[in-house]
Design a protein around this ligand. Sequence first.
Ligand code: 2AM
Length: 487
Amino acid sequence: MTSADIGLIGLAVMGQNLVLNMDDHGYTVAVYNRTTARTVEFLDGPARGKRVMGTRTVDELVAALKPPRRIMLMVKAGGAVDAIIEQLIPLLDAGDIIIDGGNSYFEDSVRRTRRLGERGLRFIGTGISGGEEGARHGPSIMPGGDPAAWPHVKGILQAIAAKVADGTPCCDWVGPGGAGHYTKMVHNGIEYGDMQVIAEAYHLMRAGLGMSHPEMASTFRRWGDGLLDSYLVDITADILDHTDERGEPTLEAILDAAGQKGTGKWTVIDSLHLGYPMTLVAEAVYARVVSALHDQRIEAAGVLGPGSQPSKATRHGWGDDFVDAIHDALYASKIVSYAQGFMLLGAAGREHGWDLDYGRIAQLWREGCIIRAAFLDDITAAFTRRPGLPSLLLDGFFVDAVRRADPGWRRVVNAAVRAGIPVPAYSSALAFYDAYRSERLPANLVQAQRDYFGAHTYERLDRPRGEFFHTDWTGTGGGATSGSYQA
Ligand code: 2AM
């Protein structure tokens, strides 16, 4: 029987929800899972009465599909994806399509696109964001890989994706090779940053201002109606409002040691490879790392004394309008984070030869995914005004926005430093902002030092770029230089 529109392998929660979502949109899905019991449970449970065909082997799955076959993999990223691809290759015909919807590393998608392409098969590596709920009712989908595959999967992927208010799907072709998974990786890095800038606001409100949980919840709720309108701000308000069976804030019983699965780290590592700043996301990753040193922090708090002293009575003399300053610090830091994220996408696009549409990428993130926010419309507008915009911080809208936020942002960083409350995202974002708009930085001294100890040479302000000079700083050095190179 060859009647299914698409096959899906891997019936963990994301896979199951995507199948149900496809069924909602009228597609017949053949499913396979390595452990058959899971397939049976799914067919007897959530998939009962739906257009879902269970299969017990990969061969059966392949046989159930209409040509060109479309098979989506929702298995654990890494070796499992390669193992299934190798199983599928001999069973497929030229033109058949494999779609990897897992959280794969983009270099793996580059490699898989090439490997399958050599065999006449087509590969798509797609980022999918939105968690369980998104997968079920409309995630953000970021496909890349073999462009020849796109027309064959566009209909189904756009049907199941989230939609922006005017109906535009949060799914579009991102670019060749690893472009889809790269975009998803940057999305996740930005997600780390968004969570950290919110966490710093909470820390300042609680430890600095001594605000109650209902006060904090209503503040975030108010912010969520304004410039910070976003999913993460909304769920933060819900979390702050939540109480346990004793009526205590549930949040305060949670161990303050953050976990991570690695996509934030990948983003930062790749930014280092490309030589582009992702300082806010790096601080967000390190903030989780520092939080996880829980036992050491407890010991250090005893030895060094705690960094912050909650001072409910005096509120550090921060004043009634300090909450507004925190808002501005959060907003400005978020702008810096997205500016950095899109700069990184630009650098990666140039490096890999992907022709990325930044404004469209911002719309892919507008609904369905974790970083969904009204703010993304402002980003799309900026890239519409100037498609090759090198940085959001050069766009008039964002220039005005950071200028307005500037006094509050500085006030918050200053007050936090004095009070001993760590604000690594706000302060590193501010340092980046000040460096980025500096006509002159002290890198001339760094170059002089490099030339002094290593004869690394330097360029001069009064000479054209590309001419290199060496100074015999001590009067005893030779004329040989080590040549110049870019780190
Ligand atoms: P399982 O139910 O048989 O464990 C998430 O782990 C999903 O990936 C599950 O559906 C899991 O199948 C599947 N998976 C993980 N490793 C796999 C592998 N090596 N081959 C096939 N499926 C795998």
